[in-house]
Design a protein around this ligand. Structure first.
Ligand code: 6PG
Length: 223
């Protein structure tokens, strides 16, 4: 079941939910892009010292590149914490995408990380989620936990590494953070359309656990 929740302060609600899982020592899978930044900043007030942090996708750039999802999380969250998380599992974006995907899958396996406790996701203006883009082959990957994405469908046009649908849908809980009018169309196509075949819609439909979509009024405008 996907619950759509339209609220004024998406960041505050998301931060409260993320903080609760972090403080309970759970595994949190961070989303990239710009939307979650404020929520991460707010969640940095929590105690992450027993939490395990994973990533849902990464751009294939070095970790200090301004397009890096890790860099965004570091600046908004890790650098602000009183004590570091018990573990941060970064996707090695500085490697070739196939190698990075292979290494990250090995990390997940070695640390027995699945199913993740809380998976954060965003949505693109083309309804992609993580780095699974519509019309690209990676959305159909069923045999791997992590995939290389040689060609991104949207900016920044650098290769990506992404968790696959099978890895995403097994999370115990999924939280989408979505704001702004450019997301209104993809929100409708993904969460208010029967048998949605957008990447975000597929993940929400196939999810094993609870799915909550936090939206501001602009992102909910077409619902
Ligand atoms: C990425 C993402 C991606 C993101 C959406 C929304 O690395 O690009 O993780 O799936 O969540 O593209 O991005 P914005 O929040 O910047 O709109």
């Amino acid at each position: 079941m996907t619950e759509l929740k339209v609220i004024e302060d998406v960041a505050a609600e998301a931060a409260a939910r993320i903080s609760a899982v972090a403080e309970a020592g759970g595994s949190v899978v961070l989303a990239g892009g710009s939307t979650p930044k404020k929520a991460y900043e707010l969640a940095s007030a929590a105690d992450w010292s027993t939490a395990k942090v994973w990533f849902g996708d990464e751009r294939c750039v070095p970790p200090d590149d301004e397009r890096s999802n890790f860099r965004m999380a570091k600046e908004a969250l890790f650098d602000r914490l009183a004590a570091p998380p018990a573990a941060i599992f970064r996707m090695p974006g500085e490697l070739a995408p196939e190698e990075a995907a292979h290494q990250y899958a090995a990390d997940i396996f070695e640390h027995d990380a699945e199913p993740f406790d809380l998976l954060l996701l965003g949505i693109g203006s083309d309804a992609h989620t993580a780095s699974l883009f519509p019309g690209k082959p990676e959305i159909s990957q069923r045999n791997l936990l992590v995939t290389a994405v040689p060609e991104a469908g949207l900016e920044p046009f650098v290769p990506r590494v992404s968790l696959t649908v099978p890895a995403l849908v097994r999370a115990k809980e999924i939280l989408f953070l979505i704001t702004g009018e450019s997301k209104a169309g993809p929100v409708k196509a993904s969460f208010a359309t029967e048998h949605s075949m957008t990447p975000a819609g597929i993940v929400a439909r196939k999810a094993r656990g609870r799915v909550t979509v936090l939206l501001d009024a602009a992102a909910a405008a077409e619902l």
